[in-house]
Design a protein around this ligand. Structure first.
Ligand code: ADP
Ligand code: MG
Length: 550
């Protein structure tokens, strides 16, 4: 590879000390950075992958296997590294799983591009070839996929177990229990849009966590767990068949914004003033009582006096609840969020079979549960230490992503590297039909896909080259199409028989994001540091736009 130098140009227009990398130098450097980022997460891939421990300057420790989290915590500076981190984040956001795979793929695509650049192939030819390959791979993927129906719990369970496979959150039984909880949650919040398409909004599966107990204590809550305590000690600690009012109203006397002062000249006046305040608060509580509410939840504050009156009336109140939790409560209980007490009506109240404050590891939390067909639910993760519950949280989020991707598109593929070999083989024959110089890029794309089974084999302690050779030959036969890396027996095996299933959507997203990232990085042929203008934004132009760079 060429030396990473400035190429000796005299660049007079740039301020003193500014860095500039041009043409090949820029590309070579960027490719190296991309590969380095991919290498950083590579060893975590698959059930036999390792965990990473990340330690911050302040000594905070994160132990994880999650690609997106590792990259996020790595605190990278180089803009190309940031692009790599971004694709993991996009993958996380769009499908919730497959973050390590997408970064490995992107790194391999860059490596392939590096080889081609060295052979004198122009970047635009490589980009064109990669685009064609991604398109074709998507089509082969669809053809190789199988159907999963919403009521097919057995298949959904397998998909969930594969997603959990690489996570260090307990044994098979524990994972199976988590898989069941997630499937239940996904089905509960599932909706259909106007065209009848299944949509799952991940925001309405709340993953709450609290260190303490064990992972096996993780539970499904048919409603919302609110990390708050009941406002006043005189209020009941629980209410069965609760009628819930959701308020975006402060139960307080409005303080005037200006410096207006109230002139009080006599004790009688003082008395009258206090009485008036008291009456306003009492009125508020009266309105709540009249609506029939037995529980109120507000985003705002509640005056001590109002709390006292609510307690006297046996009404439970929770205050200063996050807006996002209010929305979840609305979907779970069927309540409407009210912005003025005058509008509070019995029909705006929601329902929960039980609202109860419980002490969890020394802290009070309010369970709003046993809701009727709630469109928002909670998975409450427990575990011995903060690190355990944090990783459990990330794992649950991955599984939610995997199960809902499978349910939304209704398609899954066989994993364990088998689908990647299938795609790779398909692309190789496609390449020879395409011809031209693009075929070289398509071949590199095919090679890049093989990095997934290769890495799985490596982390299982198998010989990666032998494994690839065996898999390629298996996939030449029809029966061999679902062969992948058997990480238990350390050999190649039928992944279909083992039920190593993954959502098609996760693979589709990984392929398109990885190739897009490689394309963006390859298009850059001029890197100029712009520290002066942007003011301390790092040595190189910060945040390359994700779109056209030509
Ligand atoms: P990602 O962040 O990309 O999801 P993971 O660490 O979750 O990374 O690893 C996913 C890879 O591991 C996929 O290619 C998947 O097919 C593979 N995998 C998961 N479970 C198994 C298994 N039991 N046998 C073989 N491969 C598996
Ligand atoms: Mg995964």
């Amino acid at each position: 590879m060429a030396e990473n130098q400035l190429g000796g140009q005299q660049v007079l227009v740039l301020p003193e000390g500014a860095q500039r990398l041009l043409g090949r130098d820029a590309q070579v450097t960027n490719i190296r950075v991309g590969i380095a980022v991919a290498n950083a997460v590579k060893t975590t891939l698959g059930p036999k992958g390792m965990d990473k421990m990340l330690v911050s300057d302040l000594g905070d420790i994160v132990i994880t296997n999650d690609g997106a989290t590792i990259l996020d915590e790595m605190n990278v500076e180089h803009p190309v590294a940031k692009i790599m981190v971004d694709i993991a984040k996009t993958q996380d956001k769009e499908v919730g799983d497959g973050t390590t795979s997408v970064v490995i793929m992107a790194g391999e695509l860059l490596k392939g591009a590096g080889d081609l650049l060295e052979q004198g192939i122009h970047p635009t030819t490589i980009i064109r070839g990669y685009k064609m390959a991604a398109q074709e791979a998507g089509e082969i993927l669809e053809k190789s996929s199988q159907t999963v129906k919403i009521d097919d719990d057995k298949t959904l369970h397998k998909i969930a177990m594969v997603s959990l496979g690489s996570k260090n959150v307990g044994g098979e039984d524990t994972k199976s229990m988590i898989a069941d909880l997630v499937i239940r949650a996904v089905k509960q919040v599932m909706d259909k849009d106007a065209s009848g398409k299944i949509v799952i909004d991940h925001d309405f599966i709340k993953v709450e966590k609290k260190a303490g107990g064990s992972v096996n204590d993780t539970q499904f809550i048919n409603g919302v767990l609110v990390d708050k305590e009941i406002a006043h000690s005189g209020m009941p600690k629980s209410a069965a068949n609760a009628k819930i009012a959701l308020l975006d109203v402060a139960l307080e006397i409005e303080k005037t914004e200006t410096d207006a002062r109230i002139e009080i000249t006599s004790p009688e006046q003082m008395q009258a003033f206090l009485q008036q305040e008291d009456r306003i608060l009492k009125d508020m509580v009266e309105k709540i009582k009249k609506s029939g509410a037995t529980v109120i939840v507000t985003q705002k504050g509640i005056d001590d006096m109002a709390q006292h009156y609510l307690a006297k009336n046996g009404i439970i109140a929770i205050r200063r609840v996050k807006k996002s939790d209010m929305e979840k409560l609305a979907r779970a209980t069927g309540a409407k969020i009210i912005t003025s007490l005058d509008d509070l009506n019995t029909k705006d109240l929601g329902f929960a079979g039980l609202v109860e404050e419980r002490k969890i590891s020394g802290e009070q939390m309010v369970f709003v549960e046993k809701c009727r067909d709630p469109k928002s639910v909670t998975i409450f993760g427990r575990g011995g230490t903060q690190q355990v519950v944090d990783e459990l949280d990330r794992s649950i989020t991955d599984v939610i992503g995997a199960v809902s991707s499978a349910v939304e598109t209704g398609r899954f593929v066989v994993g364990g590297g088998s689908i990647e070999i299938e795609l790779s083989a398909g692309l190789k024959s496609y390449a020879s039909n395409v011809g031209g110089r693009e075929q070289l890029a398509i071949q590199k794309f095919a090679d890049a896909l093989e990095a997934i089974p290769k890495t799985l084999a490596e982390s299982a302690g198998m010989d990666p080259i032998d494994t690839l050779v065996q898999l390629r030959s298996k996939h030449k036969t029809k029966e061999g199409a679902s062969y992948g890396v058997d990480i238990i027996k350390n050999t190649v095996g039928d992944m279909n028989k083992q039920g190593v299933y993954e959502p098609m959507k996760v693979k589709l997203q990984a392929i398109s994001s990885a190739s897009e990232a490689a394309e963006i990085i390859l298009r850059i042929d001029d890197m100029i540091s712009s520290r002066g203008k942007r003011g301390g934004g790092g040595g190189m132009p910060g945040g390359m736009p994700g779109g056209e760079m030509e």
